[in-house]
Each structure stands twice: as structure tokens, then as C-alpha cells.
Ligand binder design. Structure first.
Ligand code: ZN
Length: 214
């Protein structure tokens, strides 16, 4: 089979058709100047500027249509695009992570707001994911935690205090259970969820009143 080719009108070299950009309406569906020649022409300062201006004008003029086209394309090729993005990510993981880390460092407020927004929007998913992950890596987790505690006794103590503070402040189930069991014959396993809910509400009200009184 013979591969179609033609001579570039600029450099005169005989090249395969794939070396010429496509152009609708031309006799062979291709431009007359080869890609290399066109690339060189684009680099000429005046041309580059003219091209940018033209592109900008074109974009402004067709903004709505272009957005529509790209939206339709994205919708129709969701899976393909996701796969592509995944492949790109795994091939450039290190560079991407580095860039993200750099951006986070430079924009700490924006970064934490973005994380918060994401977590809020994917609350259940995030919880499930971390639960599943913890379940899958239970032994590994426990071992790592033990190692960490051993090598960071002070940090461990502080983090425990902080966690206890949070448990108390947020009235977590465990904390409310503890309050209910304290000075009573109840065992934590005896306490139904409804009781925890009621007790929590009572404690919250009590705190509120105390705060207003002081
Ligand atoms: Zn050429």
C-alpha cells in the first residue's frame, strides 16, 4: 500500500500527509505547509502575538458554544476521561503531590478551607473509606500506633489529653456513657442509644445555662 504524501509549499520537503495539519475544505483535507514550518512561523514574535490575539478573539466570540461543546464532551466521555486522569495521576504522582504540597504551603487558608469543603460534601463517603481502611489495616495500624507511642511518650500523653478534651467538649457517646455509669450500677453495655441522646441533650442544656449564668 502506498502512503499518501505531498510536498510542503514552504520548505519543499516531500512528507506523509500526517505531517500536515488538517484543514476542512481543502482539496486533500490538509494544509499546504507542513507542521514543522507552521511551528516555526508561530515562533516569529509578531506572528505569535497575532495568533494569541486571534485565539482570544475567537474564544470570546464562541465562548458559550465552546463551553457547551466541552460540557457535552465531558458528559459523554466521563469514564474515558476519569480513566485518563487516573493514568495521568499515576504516571505523574510525585510531581503532582509536590505541586499540591507547595500550593498548600503557600495558601494554607485556602487549602484548609478546600479540605473542609471536600470533607463536608463527602462526609459519609469519607467516614466509610477511613473505616474500611482501618478495618483492612487493623494489625498494621495497631503496631504502628504502639511504635509511635513508644518513641513519642510526651506527644502521646498530650494527644490523649487533647482527645479527652474533645470527647468531653463534643459530648461523644463514650463520654456520655461514662457520665451515666459513674456512681451508678449501670454498665456501659446496658445503656441504650436513646438514653445517651437524652443525657447528651440534658448536659448540653446544663452547660448552656452555666455559660449564661457566668
Ligand atoms: Zn515545510
Amino acid at each position: 500500500m502506498q502512503i499518501a504524501s505531498k510536498a510542503c509549499t514552504k520548505c519543499g520537503a516531500e512528507k506523509e500527509l500526517t505531517f500536515f495539519d488538517k484543514k476542512k475544505g481543502s482539496s486533500d483535507g490538509r494544509r499546504s505547509r507542513c507542521k514543522t514550518c507552521r511551528a516555526i512561523l508561530r515562533q516569529v514574535p509578531g506572528n505569535k502575538k497575532r495568533m494569541q490575539k486571534w485565539k482570544k478573539r475567537y474564544y470570546e466570540k464562541h465562548k458559550i458554544g465552546l463551553a457547551e461543546v466541552s460540557k457535552t464532551y465531558r458528559c459523554a466521555n466521563k469514564e474515558k476521561l476519569a480513566e485518563k486522569a487516573k493514568m495521568y495521576y499515576s504516571a505523574n504522582k510525585e510531581a503532582i503531590c509536590k505541586n499540591v504540597a507547595k500550593w498548600k504551603k503557600e495558601n494554607p487558608k485556602k487549602a484548609s478551607a478546600a479540605t473542609r469543603r471536600y470533607r463536608h460534601a463527602h462526609l459519609e463517603l469519607e467516614r466509610k473509606r477511613s473505616r474500611d481502611y482501618a478495618k483492612e489495616h487493623r494489625i498494621e495500624y495497631a503496631m504502628r500506633l504502639r511504635e509511635w507511642r513508644k518513641s513519642n511518650p510526651v506527644k502521646y500523653k498530650n494527644s490523649n489529653l487533647k482527645n479527652n478534651d474533645r470527647r468531653t467538649k463534643m459530648l461523644y457517646d463514650g463520654y456520655v456513657k461514662g457520665v451515666l455509669c459513674c456512681d451508678s450500677i449501670l454498665e456501659p453495655s446496658d445503656i441504650p442509644v436513646e438514653l445517651i441522646v437524652v443525657k447528651r441533650e440534658q448536659m448540653r442544656l446544663h452547660r448552656e445555662l452555666k455559660k449564661q449564668a457566668s
